[in-house]
Design a protein around this ligand. Structure first.
Ligand SMILES: Cc1ncc(COP(=O)(O)O)c(C=O)c1O
Length: 351
């Protein structure tokens, strides 16, 4: 048996376990048998709870992971000859193995730049107006990641400005909400304000990064875009026969308020690390810390020492640099130990 040890996992919010609130409803859903393929009472309850949560009569679907959620949502928002405008660092562009293009039968992703991982209304306008001829895939969707791949957030006003430009060019707005809860927590905004009230048509809301074992909710605020979505899910292998084990844990998250407290905690831990390193010479924060992740420029020798001490982190996400991501169960002790190890590793370089 492995000795119990303090986790040193900060590579991703995917490394954490299932939070107690989600586990409780998972076990409840396991207590009795129920209908298959989403016809169970848990899926009905969770869908209704989402409508309450978002304060609107949205359509709700449950899929296994974020790549499927984004790819299928985008496929339902455009035709194969359309294009999707996204940031050049967007997960749909860099980390989904061409899933959005595959499931949409070829809709092209058009990359735009933008500071701190955010695209801007002018970036969108330039991309749309650059070409208008028949030879170019017609822009149809803007995809935003909230919080962004580099741990920043789009504020309510920024989202509204993007909606305005989307309306001007007849574009639909998709949101990759892999860290939507963290953005709500950071901005102290309601889920409704940060989604349909600021112009989002379809939101892929991640439960996996918020304390579930797995599972994402695809929320259609514009119900017309949900037409036949259940068939897309089935065809793509995303219609879980025991759907209740994806949907029921969401009830645990939403009913207990853990969706928010988990996100608040993760954000607070990222902030704690940022504050702890603020005045440390040799440490550069690459982006403002606005959610639950933090990117540092660290010399390669320091990275090596950290790895030897058991810290896990990625260096290939966003614009590179060392990425640490906090989760619902990241402890302050873990964060402080990392800060101390970074400081010690830097000091050992100068000796
Ligand atoms: C911004 C973003 N979008 C989507 C995803 C979902 O990815 P997956 O398909 O691994 O669940 C992730 C996961 O890391 C992510 O960071």
């Amino acid at each position: 048996m492995m000795a119990e040890s303090q986790p040193r996992f900060l590579a991703s919010d995917n490394t954490s376990g299932i939070c107690p609130e989600a586990m409780e409803t998972l076990l409840e859903a396991n207590a009795t048998d129920d209908l298959a393929y989403g016809n169970d009472r848990w899926t009905q309850l969770a869908s209704d709870r989402f409508r309450e949560f978002f304060e609107t009569d949205c359509e709700v679907f449950f899929v296994f992971n974020g790549t499927a959620a984004n790819s299928l949502a985008l496929a339902s928002m455009c035709q194969s000859y359309h294009s999707v405008i996204c940031h050049q660092l967007a997960h749909i562009e860099t980390d989904e193995c061409g899933g959005p293009e595959f499931f949409s039968n070829g809709s092209k992703l058009l990359n735009v730049g933008g500071e701190n991982g955010r695209i801007t209304p002018s970036g969108i306008a330039t991309t749309v107006t650059r070409r208008g001829d028949i030879h170019y895939p017609r822009p149809r969707v803007v995809s935003l990641t909230q919080a962004t791949e580099v741990g920043t957030v789009y504020g309510f006003d920024e989202l509204q400005a993007i909606r305005e430009v989307a309306d001007r060019y007849d574009l639909r707005v998709h949101m990759d909400g892999a860290r939507f809860a963290n953005a709500c927590a950071s901005l102290e905004c309601s889920p409704a304000d940060l989604s349909w009230r600021s112009g989002v048509d379809v939101l892929c809301f991640s439960g996996t990064k918020n304390g579930l074992a797995f599972g994402e909710a695809v929320i259609f605020f514009d119900r017309r875009m949900a037409e036949d979505f259940e068939y897309r899910c089935k065809q793509a292998g995303q219609l879980a026969s025991k759907m209740r084990f994806i949907s029921a844990p969401w009830l645990g998250l939403l009913n207990s308020g853990a969706w928010l407290t988990n996100a608040q905690h993760a954000n607070a831990m990222a902030n704690r690390l940022a504050k702890g390193l603020r005045d440390v010479e040799g440490v550069e924060l690459m982006f403002p810390v606005q959610a639950n992740s933090l990117f540092l420029e660290l010399p390669s020798q320091v990275q090596q020492v950290l790895r030897e001490r058991g810290w896990t982190f990625y260096t290939f996400i966003g614009e590179g640099g060392v990425r640490f991501v906090c989760s619902w169960n990241t402890t302050p002790e873990l964060i402080d130990a990392l800060r101390d190890d970074i400081i010690a590793a830097l000091a050992s370089m100068t000796r």
